[in-house]
Every structure is written in structure tokens, then in C-alpha cells.
Design a binder for this molecule. Structure first.
Ligand SMILES: [Zn+2]
Length: 230
């Protein structure tokens, strides 16, 4: 029986919105955000450094932002059902995000998805202290080409290597690390937004998902029943 695991991008994929943006928008001066964004868009800074620059200028502590994330962010419908179906195949589910743990964890916690392994940047300084924060990047592997906080390719490859004859699904919507994971690591890709466009333009097989994870759930269910019939 094929074991199927799933790796979710977080912002805009497992979560329905850009939760990272919800954390800093309105909590950093427009001019500081503009300067940081210019430096990132002109490739002066990496995504990792851009994110640090932005969060080191916010007016809240990680604890305050965690609370806002838990209250304001939503998980895409059918995430539970999908994780449950994946577990039935013997696989596991993980989050691979270029974002930071203090806003990912509380959203998963509120949605009873604590069992997901989270690979992201981590703020290691006291959550009740204002910025600048101290950061750690335990999931920054070297399988990816860019400095994208988390090497999603490594997360996918590690999951595949855990079990023989396993397949790893990647679910994403972004650029950078999402594109790298789709092009170089994932066995099956579900995408929306910019990742969907990228896959189509580069002739990478992809299935679109929308308001819920219905297409992914159907795919795993079909695979599971096909396995059972063998
Ligand atoms: Zn990669």
C-alpha cells in the first residue's frame, strides 16, 4: 500500500489568508515597510532578512501577535479530513513555511491541528519582549537554491525517505520555495495563485484547489481505495 504524506505551505494555503501580513500590516510604519520591501524586491536582501527587518520594526510582542493570529486567521476547510485520510495510509502531515512559528502555532492550536509538524522560522527570544527579536532557522536545509527560511524540498524529501514506497503531496500558492518544491521535490502538486501559474507555465503537472481541500481529499481517498482493491 502506498503511504501518502502531505506538506502544506501555510500562508494562503493551509491558512486561507496571508497571516504573516496580518501580523505586521498596521503595526509597522509605512516608510519602514516600504524601505524593507524595496530592499527585498531589488534582491539586496533575502526573504529571510526581509522578514527579520519587517518584524524587528513591529509595535507588538510575539505573544500579542500570537493572540491576534489565533483570533483572526482561518484554516482552509477539509484540512482535518485530509490529515485524517493521510494518517490512514500510514503517512504524516507537515507544514513547511517561510513564516514564523509564533503566528503559525496558535492558528493550528485553535483549529485542533497541533499534531502537524511545523517547519518554519522560529523566534527564540522571550515572547513577551518587544523587538528586535532573536531568530533561529532549524529547517533551513541546503536542498533549495534560495535563502527562503525553510527548505521545503528537504521537508518533502525527508518525509518520503521515512517510509518505503511513499508519495509526498505538496500544497502551495507562492513563489520561491514553493516553486522549488514543486519543480524539484514533490511527487504530486496541488496549487492555487502564483504557484498554479508557475506550474502551468513550466509544464509541471498540477491540480488546482480552491476554497477547500476537496480535490486533495478526493485524490487521497481514490488512491487509498485503489490500494485496498489490490
Ligand atoms: Zn527547494
Amino acid at each position: 500500500m502506498t503511504t501518502i504524506s502531505v506538506v502544506f505551505d501555510f500562508d494562503g494555503s493551509l491558512a486561507t489568508s496571508f497571516v504573516g501580513g496580518m501580523m505586521f500590516n498596521g503595526y509597522i510604519s509605512e516608510s519602514k515597510l516600504y524601505i524593507a520591501r524595496e530592499r527585498f524586491q531589488s534582491a539586496t536582501t533575502s526573504l529571510r532578512l526581509y522578514q527579520e527587518e519587517v518584524f524587528d520594526s513591529v509595535s507588538q510582542t510575539p505573544a500579542e501577535m500570537s493572540q491576534r493570529a489565533a483570533d483572526g486567521a482561518k484554516i482552509r476547510p477539509l484540512a482535518h479530513e485530509l490529515c485524517e485520510q493521510v494518517r490512514k495510509t500510514g503517512g504524516s502531515a507537515a507544514v513547511a513555511s517561510a513564516g514564523l512559528d509564533f503566528y503559525i502555532k496558535p492558528v493550528l492550536g485553535r483549529a485542533n491541528l497541533d499534531q502537524l509538524n511545523i517547519h518554519s522560522g522560529i523566534v527564540v527570544s522571550d515572547p513577551t519582549c518587544p523587538p528586535p527579536f532573536r531568530y533561529d532557522y532549524p529547517s533551513a536545509g541546503d536542498a533549495c537554491e534560495g535563502d527562503w527560511v525553510t527548505c521545503k524540498c528537504k521537508v518533502i524529501n525527508d518525509l518520503r525517505n521515512e517510509v518505503a514506497y511513499s508519495e509526498v503531496i505538496f500544497i502551495g500558492d507562492g513563489t520561491g520555495a514553493d516553486e522549488c518544491a514543486a519543480a524539484n521535490a514533490a511527487d504530486k502538486i496541488f496549487a492555487r495563485g502564483r504557484l498554479l501559474t508557475y506550474c502551468k507555465e513550466n509544464k509541471i503537472p498540477v491540480t488546482e484547489f480552491g476554497d477547500d481541500f476537496g480535490p486533495v481529499l478526493s485524490y487521497v481517498e481514490n488512491k487509498t481505495s485503489a490500494n485496498g482493491a489490490q
